[in-house]
Design a protein around this ligand. Sequence first.
Ligand SMILES: [Zn+2]
Ligand SMILES: [Zn+2]
Length: 376
Amino acid sequence: MSDFYEILGIDKNATKEEIKSAFRKKARQYHPDVNKAPDAEEKFKELGRAYETLMDDNKRATYDRYGEDGLKNAGFNTSGPFDAGFGDLNEIFESFFGGFGGFGFSQRNANPNAPQDGADLRLNLEISFEEAVFGVKKEVKITHLETCDECGGTGAQKGSKPETCPTCGGTGQVQQVAQTPLGSFRQITTCPTCNGKGQINKNPCPKCKGDGRIETERTLNINIPAGVDNGSRIGLSNEGNCGKNGGKPGDLIVVLYVKEHKEFKRDGVDIYSAVEVTFPQAALGAVVEVNTLDGKKELTIPSGVEQDKILQLKGAGVPYLGNNQRRGNHNFVVKIKTPQNLSAEEKQLYSKLNEINCNKKPSSKFIDKMKNVLHN
Ligand SMILES: [Zn+2]
Ligand SMILES: [Zn+2]
């Protein structure tokens, strides 16, 4: 277990200014671009961890009392941003030493002649509710980069070849020494002769203008399986942009947008819709016709059903993606329709019903009132 104060060479009461300045000094000493010792990178990361912890009052207090294990137990991410990769670490380092081009970390693997994989492409595709449920074959047009068939991807005219850049020797980078207030640093910048390409193409291919790739429109048939949902993704291997220098092509990612249905709502493999029933149907029970994904079906309304009760048709929902034999359910939410604009006959019947429900003879006052209602 390492001591953060020791790593930075400061005492326990160091102020933030002292921590910062100690970090600067040590980071310069152990920066892997400057220090070629095999453990320099590890030491540099340790410095970052120490710095990040001690600059945060909460973390520092926890660390002072319980050490690095205490930080972990308290739920602090002790690796900080420093395990995320060298890029992040460099960013922090550059925030100190920024303004003079950094140390070329980001260009570390930027050999322009190394194989570069092609980019993945994204296609947003809108499909209907039913198409998502039951699957569909779709024909789409896409535009992606393909290796130029004229030059075979070299970018040079037939019979010629790009030459290695004499300034950088093909690396695409040149080194300069930068003088800064903190001393002199080796600085790596993009080669000005070839703009980082590492090659000079005196006779560019007329078809691709030297890029080696051309935009090509393709028609693709996409098989959308039953059971996909809004936001589902379908990957089509190698239909993204082509690679460079022998790199692999990218993929085409089709992102599905499912249109809403005017009657049905979907929740995973289950379908929800409302079923309207009348007072008598709710009271007596009934068999009603309902719309399902498979067309009209009969739904049994049990007698005495209540508002918002869910009645289920099992297996009438959405097929499971990848297992279409299995399907979800269709859930019908009961909505009881209060009768309006009653006919005279209906009014009489409801009155009679009311009379029975009240289980007593209506008062003469009530009868007068009802008469009044009926005559208006
Ligand atoms: Zn070409
Ligand atoms: Zn060059």
